[in-house]
Ligand binder design. Structure first.
Ligand code: SF4
Length: 362
């Protein structure tokens, strides 16, 4: 469905009656009452990061870290545990450009690798060869040739756009975060599209951006998806204040604002899943689903959300029970969505494993 920026704005500033009409329309046209999730293990490979975002709890100071880079024995032990829970996604998370730090680079060299990308390639390849799981890597901005290399052994990759508003590079949110320059992130998402990488991205809501920024950000993603067709899901992620972060006294975005954004995203992206993190919106998931969300992302039965450590994931049973109240049900998916399981989007090493796992979860 094509929609103009004016129509998008009307949705975001609509009154209650108009919003209710839009919700009715979404649910009238909806073709499925299934909400998807991926059963994952969250592996924070390093907490070192070149950026300093005002809302971050993931980054750790180099002098305080428990480990500089998670070693392979720990990774594979965790993967073995994940298999006991039938997880199918190994989610690798990182601070950005960690290997620009000399101590991190020395640690990688001690492990036998020249860069973080080389190490992630090794881990991903090993997981593909030895375990019934698929790697998904979120490592911040890397070069196009590095993306290409990782796509040989990853089922999907991700990077939040967060916002197209460059002014935030001068505010508490991003003033010390060169990697959050929207131009760099748009280029990265474009590179992933040119490499045919099934891709996860999204908006971070409540860090100082405006309604017009939300529209601009969604239209930018629409444009990228129209050109490359690789965006499989868009996350609408709400900022949560936490103690010990520079933005600890920032207000959370309102629920109404988030619901209207979900309506807009679902109208603009009928061909892309709209994901709402269930641990950040625990009692509201059914409402978001009625507004067009159709995915709850990765849920780990054994690791926490290291990006929002205070917000525990709901269990699958809890989510199922909530969704049942609105006549929806939950279904497991892989980190790569079924429509991207083909030879255009998945390289040989990943494709066969994805086909096998898809059959098992169907
Ligand atoms: S890029 Fe990510 S890990 Fe780094 S400071 Fe920002 S939010 Fe934290």
């Amino acid at each position: 469905m094509t929609i103009s920026k004016n129509e998008a704005k009307m949705i975001l500033v609509s009154d209650l009656n108009t919003s209710l009409d839009l919700i009715k329309e979404i649910n009238y046209h909806r073709s499925s009452n299934i909400i998807t999730y991926s059963k994952n293990i969250f592996l924070p490979i390093t907490h070192i990061c070149q950026n300093n975002c005002g809302y971050c709890t993931f980054k750790q100071d180099i002098n305080d870290v428990q480990y500089l880079v998670m070693d392979k024995n720990k990774v594979f032990n965790m993967i073995k545990q994940a298999k006991d829970f039938n997880c199918t996604e190994a989610l690798f998370a990182f601070g950005e450009s960690a290997d620009k730090n000399e101590q991190v680079l020395n640690k990688l060299e001690e492990f036998g690798f020249e860069s973080m990308v080389d190490y992630v390639y090794f881990l991903s390849e090993n997981i593909l060869q030895n375990y019934e799981m698929l790697p998904h890597t979120n490592m911040g901005i890397i070069e196009r040739d590095e993306l290409r290399k990782l796509s040989e052994v990853n089922a999907s990759m991700g990077l939040m756009l967060e916002t197209t508003n460059k002014k935030l590079l001068k505010t508490i949110a991003h003033k010390d975060s060169p990697g959050k320059n929207p131009e760099k992130r748009i280029k990265f998402i474009k590179n992933a599209g040119q490499e045919n990488i099934p891709f996860t991205t999204g908006l971070l809501i409540g860090i100082g951006e405006t309604v017009d920024d939300h529209i601009e950000s969604l239209f930018t993603l629409r444009d990228l998806h129209d050109k490359y067709g690789h965006i499989q899901e868009i996350i609408i992620q709400n900022f949560k204040p936490k103690p010990n972060i520079p933005m600890n006294d920032y207000p959370e975005p309102s629920v109404i604002e988030l619901l209207k954004l979900t309506i807009l995203a679902s109208r603009m992206f009928p061909d892309v899943s709209i994901q709402i993190p269930p641990n950040l919106n625990r009692n509201l998931m059914s409402l978001f689903v009625l507004c067009g969300a159709d995915d709850v992302g990765g849920i780990s039965p054994l690791t926490k959300d290291y990006v929002n450590p205070d917000n525990k994931w709901p269990t699958v049973n809890e989510l199922e029970k909530n969704l049942k109240t609105i006549n929806y049900s939950l279904k497991e998916r892989l980190p790569v969505y079924e429509k991207y399981i083909n030879e255009k989007y998945l390289k040989e090493k990943v494709y066969e494993k994805a086909i096998k796992l898809q059959k098992e979860i169907n």
